[in-house]
Design a protein around this ligand. Structure first.
Ligand SMILES: Cc1cc2nc3c(=O)[nH]c(=O)nc-3n(C[C@H](O)[C@H](O)[C@H](O)COP(=O)(O)OP(=O)(O)OC[C@H]3O[C@@H](n4cnc5c(N)ncnc54)[C@H](O)[C@@H]3O)c2cc1C
Length: 425
């Protein structure tokens, strides 16, 4: 029995590794068109900032290691150009054909760069090579100004990194809000915060003239690499990504899809969602690999949890903003509070929390946490509550930890829940 995996990063290698663990007899071949496998795009902004010394540090496993230690055959610089499911074959650039019994498509996503193409002074932050090129350019040319296209998390991380290298940075965002969140207050807070750090945020503004800046970084989101699947007759969802079941099955028998090329379910709305993130790619890949190896595992979906560092402050988001909740048919109410994130005698720093709930059912629908400390823990608590479909009434009584160096006796999450309760009563 042979499993072929197309794509050798988070989703593809999670699938291959899990299948190998469950079935030592399976022949596993991973096809990767790039030169590297198993590397962490999430670390690229920190290479630009200087916190990661070399891009090699971002590579977790090499093709040689996977072959030697895991018995997974990884073929780099090998592009799949077509899938012929009738013959159970993948065609490669160059003409070779590879037969499969099970197939996992983990082709990821590509930057949605719009009008600007990467070029001499225009960079993306999506491959090791491009990021290294940007790193060299910064060291050799010593530019003074940079334009960043997009105020999603990649754009904000890129702006933070470039500012830390001393550049004057302007972010251009076509939408009226940051982080795709439809949250004017969060946007205004972010704009002011960036301004304090010398980064200008221009909203509702299209791609800048390259001429006005020493360099441009494209960070304007990604689109799923679903073309190969579509041409093979695999169903594409409304989001433009590959439609899969909870078991990561496509509409073709024995063909699975996972990661940034596939859609999933939003656990708050129940609707298909495309929220491409590394966390999700790993989980979807693991489930696809298990099922390809004969198990019956499921990945129920996401609450859309993300975390980004913007000039020293962390922004954590999960679930829906009030505008998104309204559009999804809820009757949302929200409360926003600011409170110290630890006891005052431990130099607590401000922590802002917003919670959104449905007036009819009192169910929690989303939340945002902004601060310097413990933001991941707090937003993860919101994610857990959303997954468990907690009401605000239940959330208000969560037994959250307290010790003065880490939190105040009333955690900011619970204070926000109390405020929200007042609006629901
Ligand atoms: C700058 C940056 C920062 C990020 N930060 C975070 C973060 O902090 N947290 C987080 O959760 N996520 C983050 N992400 C997102 C995360 O990196 C992705 O969600 C994750 O890499 C998706 O994994 P994947 O395996 O689905 O796709 P990819 O990583 O895109 O890998 C797909 C692979 O498939 C290969 N491929 C495509 N088509 C073919 C073909 N036809 N034949 C052969 N090979 C093919 C591609 O070359 C690619 O290597 C970040 C992304 C970027 C760019």
């Amino acid at each position: 029995m042979r499993l072929v995996v197309i794509g050798g990063v988070a989703a593809g290698l999670s699938a291959a590794a899990r299948a190998r663990r469950l079935d030592p007899s399976l022949e596993i071949i991973v096809l990767e068109r790039g030169r590297h496998v198993s590397w962490a795009a999430c670390g690229l902004p920190y290479f630009i900032e200087g916190q990661v010394r070399s891009v090699e540090q971002l590579t977790v496993y090499t093709a040689e290691y996977l072959s030697r230690e895991r018995n997974i055959q990884v073929r780099t610089e090998t592009e799949a150009t077509a899938i012929s499911h009738g013959r159970r074959e993948v065609a490669l650039r160059g003409g070779e054909r590879i037969r499969y019994d099970k197939l996992v498509i983990a082709t990821g996503a590509s930057p949605d760069q719009g009008a600007l193409e990467p070029g001499e002074r225009v960079f993306t932050l999506t491959t090791l090579e491009e990021t290294e090129r940007l790193g060299r350019w910064l060291s050799e040319r010593r530019p003074r100004t940079a334009a960043v296209v997009g105020a999603g998390y990649i754009g904000l991380e890129a702006a933070t990194a470039l500012r830390a290298r001393g550049l004057r940075v302007t972010i251009f965002e076509a939408a009226p809000e940051v982080l795709g969140r439809e949250d004017p207050e969060l946007t205004e807070w972010t704009r002011k915060h960036l301004e304090r750090f010398g980064v200008e945020l221009r909203l509702r503004t299209r791609v800048p003239e390259v001429g006005g800046f020493d360099l441009v970084v494209l960070g304007s989101g990604v689109k799923p690499n679903s073309g190969l699947a579509m041409e093979a007759g695999i169903e594409i969802g409304r989001t433009g990504a590959i439609r899969v079941t909870e078991r990561m099955e496509t509409n073709l028998t024995s063909v699975y899809a996972a990661g940034d090329c596939a859609e999933t379910t939003h656990l708050v709305t129940g609707a298909p969602a495309y929220i491409p993130l590394g966390t999700t790619a790993n989980k979807m890949g693991r489930v696809a690999g298990a099922n390809a190896a004969g198990r019956r595992e499921r990945f129920p979906g996401v609450t859309g949890t993300s975390l980004v560092r913007v000039c020293g402050i962390a922004i954590g988001l999960s679930g829906l903003s009030i505008a998104q909740a309204r559009r999804a048919g809820f009757e949302p109410v929200s409360a926003r509070i600011e409170h110290a994130d630890k006891a005052s005698y431990f130099r607590g720093r401000p922590c802002a929390v917003e919670l959104v709930a449905d007036r009819r059912t009192r169910r929690l629908l989303g939340g945002a946490v902004v601060g310097e400390n413990e933001v991941a823990g707090r937003v993860n608590t919101i994610a857990a509550a959303l997954t468990a479909r907690l009401t605000v009434d239940a959330f208000e009584h969560l037994d959250l930890a307290y010790a003065p160096p880490y939190s105040p006796v009333w955690d900011p999450l619970l204070i926000a829940a109390q405020q929200l309760m007042k609006l629901l009563d």
